[in-house]
Design a protein around this ligand. Structure first.
Ligand code: FES
Length: 155
């Protein structure tokens, strides 16, 4: 027999939630809805280094591409793409701004950038979302190491 739950008086009532409620800081919302340095197609982007973390199979994947000012050993451009959540998008967006602003962050400082610094700049994230900010930072570190490995091997 086919049952229609909409007309079944014994069906479990689902409480309504306010789907429009946004539990994050406005800056998170801004960077989620209008991410900076998001790269859709990397084919024409000539990166000096690339880093990947996560897995597309579980959905949390982050890729970061960087260009280096080789003379000054600073990051001059940082692009990224993710299949992560809003917090991962917002935190990586602001991270890409942090490492490229004011002429670019030195490689040494970029390697030691901490997720806490990214979250602070973003105005905070709920504790359960902290791991999302780690994705971008780890992918950045992998991209820098990728660049350093290539630079060392080409000497
Ligand atoms: Fe997986 Fe945020 S990236 S929950």
């Amino acid at each position: 027999m086919k049952r229609n739950n909409h007309n079944n008086k014994n069906s479990t009532k689902v409480s309504r939630i306010n789907v429009c409620e946004w539990p994050y800081d406005d800056l998170v919302k801004k960077h989620f809805l209008h991410p900076k340095n998001f790269l859709v197609d990397e084919k024409k982007y000539k990166a000096d280094g690339m880093g990947i973390v996560g897995s597309p199979a579980c959905g949390d994947m982050m890729i970061v591409w960087i260009k280096i000012n080789k003379k000054l050993q600073k990051i001059k451009d940082c692009k990224w793409r993710t299949f992560g959540c809003a917090s991962a998008i917002a935190s990586t967006s602001i991270m890409s701004v942090m490492v490229t602003e004011k002429g670019g962050m030195e490689l040494h400082d970029s390697l030691h950038l901490k997720p806490e610094q990214i979250v602070d700049r973003l105005g905070g994230l709920p504790d359960r979302k902290f791991h999302c900010s780690v994705l971008g930072q780890e992918a950045l570190r992998n991209a820098i190491n990728d660049y350093l490995d290539h630079a060392k091997n080409s000497k």
